[in-house]
Design a protein around this ligand. Structure first.
Ligand code: SF4
Length: 232
């Protein structure tokens, strides 16, 4: 499952688990209902075809100059990234995806309920793959607390989405290896993909801590006003 070449690791067929009952509960689907039968059918299908993948590199920070961080000759501009990497030597730029197989699955697009369920399943598998990648990098590099930052995640000014271009160029063969394509809009296809730079940190960090968006269904950490204000 893991292919390693130089300092690049490619993970294919990342294992995942789907507990249909708890997924149904989180989507407020009644046990024994017709909706639950549809969910179970789609879960079976996703189990058969899903192939989540990831690619990451092990890199070293060359230098940090003000808001600029240079990693193996590629320059990134973000005050928070520069602060976070100040005492970090080793970083792991990565792209992770729930996979083309799920994205390309022929679903009746006029059936909005099925589209919603499929989308939720892809989200779930992406979360499972995220946990796997976190454990994989941590175990292979003896890291206790791995965090990451993603371009465009949270407030746009924290780390502009446009820097996806630099991130993809630093990693290299993303499309060839795991099928994730960077569009001109700097968004990724499949959309259920995550990119970023992972690193060891004593303190926990999540983009949600500096994101002001209210009522976000996916928020994983409370807004940290002090941290956000320190970036103004
Ligand atoms: S609060 Fe929502 S939009 Fe903001 S970073 Fe977290 S998940 Fe993304």
């Amino acid at each position: 499952m893991v292919e390693r070449e130089k300092n690049i690791s490619v993970l294919k067929g990342i294992p995942f688990d789907i507990d249909a009952a708890s997924l149904g509960e989180s989507l407020r689907i009644r046990a024994g209902s017709e909706e639950e039968a549809t969910l179970k059918e789609l879960v079976e299908c996703a189990r058969k075809i899903a192939n989540p993948k990831a690619i990451y590199r092990t890199c070293f920070v060359n230098c940090i100059n003000g808001d600029e961080v240079t990693i193996e000759g590629v320059r990134f501009k973000s005050r928070l990234l520069s602060e976070k990497l100040h005492s970090v030597g080793r970083v792991f730029p990565f792209v992770l995806t729930s996979g083309r197989e799920l994205d390309d699955y022929r679903l009746d697009r006029t059936d909005f309920f099925k589209v919603f369920l499929w989308d939720s399943l892809m989200e779930h598998i992406l979360r499972e793959a995220t946990g796997f990648l976190r454990r994989e990098i941590s175990r292979n590099n003896l890291i206790e607390n791995l965090v990451w930052m993603s371009p465009g995640s949270g407030d746009a000014e924290i780390w502009p989405l446009q820097q996806q271009k630099e991130l993809f160029s630093l990693i290299g063969t993303v499309k060839q290896e795991i099928g994730v394509e960077l569009k001109e809009s700097f968004l990724m296809i499949p959309t259920k993909s995550i990119s970023g730079i992972a690193f060891q940190s004593e303190k926990d960090y999540r983009s949600c801590m500096v994101c002001r968006r209210a009522n976000c269904h996916y928020r994983s950490a409370p807004f940290d006003r002090k941290l956000r204000d320190s970036l103004e």
